[in-house]
Design a protein around this ligand. Structure first.
Ligand code: GAR
Length: 210
């Protein structure tokens, strides 16, 4: 089967969505391992409960980004995944790392890229009085949150919304779109032309809610 490795840092609700979808479609993809940079992350408990091997790679005090990424790279070399999914992995990856893995490295980001790369996306959408907000799943390159977009989903911002209520509805969108994109990549419905930074769909574009 198509094998993915999921990179996480925190609560891991997107990891859970991927675990549930893998259970529902066992012939399509399987989660080979979870890698986490925070030992206390609840995401690790989710991996443990699902019997998925997990590895914690913590950055040591003063460790350079390149040195951390080398460790991560080594673990991935051993695992040889078909796809690496950043599902709430809160580290920026060095250019060397992204260049090496860019053909099989995707990230989920809580904004309608190119709007709001980086952090605090919900508050920034509110501060800008945006009418819509959403999520993006994209291939990762050296530019932070700047790689080619694979799929997006959006929601309407209501006048009573706060960053917290937005985060909750954003998560619901993410839990649908991320497994759908992974399934589409696993079944080769998405083609990524690295030379042209172009994502093409064999079949329909991916929509959420499904
Ligand atoms: C998700 O909303 C994801 O989009 C965001 O972190 C959250 C992780 O939630 N990712 C980023 O902000 C990446 N810069 P989870 O741990 O419950 O899946």
């Amino acid at each position: 089967a198509f094998e993915i490795v999921v990179l996480v840092s925190g609560f891991g609700s997107n990891l859970q969505a991927l675990i549930d979808a893998a259970k529902a479609h066992p012939d399509q993809y399987r989660i080979k391992a979870v890698i986490c940079n925070r030992p206390q992350a609840y995401a690790l408990e989710r991996a443990r409960q699902a019997n998925i091997p997990y590895f914690t790679i913590c950055a040591a005090a003063g460790q350079t980004r390149e040195s951390y990424d080398q460790q991560l790279n080594q673990q991935l070399e051993t695992l040889q995944p078909d796809l690496i999914v950043m599902a709430g992995f809160m580290r920026i990856l060095s250019a060397g790392f992204t260049e090496k893995w860019q053909h099989k490295l995707i990230n989920i980001h809580p904004s309608l890229l190119p709007k709001y790369p980086g952090l605090n996306t919900h508050q920034r959408a509110l501060d800008a009085r945006d009418a819509i907000h959403g999520i993006s799943i994209h291939y990762v390159n050296a530019e932070v949150d700047g790689g080619p977009v694979i799929a997006q989903a959006q929601l309407e911002i209501k006048s009573q919304d706060s960053a917290e209520t937005l985060a909750q509805r954003i998560h619901e969108l993410e839990h649908q779109l991320l497994p759908a994109v992974v399934l589409a990549i696993a079944t080769k419905k998405i083609h990524y032309n690295l030379a042209h930074h172009q994502v093409t769909f064999l079949g329909d574009e991916i929509q959420a809610p499904l």
